[in-house]
Design a protein around this ligand. Structure first.
Ligand SMILES: [Fe+2]
Length: 126
């Protein structure tokens, strides 16, 4: 559930909210399931860092702030729980972080996932 698929031709990305038997197709070929990376090895850091705030959580991308330049930036951050999915989009020039006002759902976050336009999908599971 909540799997991501992408098209190798055009880069379109699909979020599946309910799995089924069918094959997702784009540009006449099956879309590829996107694998989440979960360990930072290189110079740039992508794993989301979660901090509690009075109203929810703040997600920062990278233990060292990720670049937010036009050619290389964080496109979105997802916060996932059993009963919710929140997505925030980011733009070049912004800070690589967002606050999510989750209230009493703050303790129910299961996964935080981010998308770097160059390095792909990264997830930090709690
Ligand atoms: Fe990156």
């Amino acid at each position: 559930m909540l799997s991501l698929y992408s098209c190798s031709t055009c880069g379109k990305m699909i979020l599946v909210v309910q799995d089924g038997d069918g094959t997702l197709v784009c540009h006449d070929h099956p879309m590829t399931r996107v694998e989440e990376k979960s360990s930072d090895a290189g110079k740039e850091k992508h794993l989301p860092v979660i901090e509690k705030t009075p109203a929810g959580i703040r997600v920062k991308v990278g233990s060292v702030p990720h670049p937010m330049e036009k050619e290389h930036y964080i496109k979105w951050i997802e916060v996932i729980g059993d009963t919710f999915l929140y997505t925030a989009t980011l733009k070049p020039g912004e800070k690589p972080e967002k606050e999510f006002f989750l209230g009493n759902l703050s303790g129910q976050v299961k996964k935080v996932r981010i998308n770097c336009n160059v390095h792909g999908i990264w997830a930090n599971k709690s």
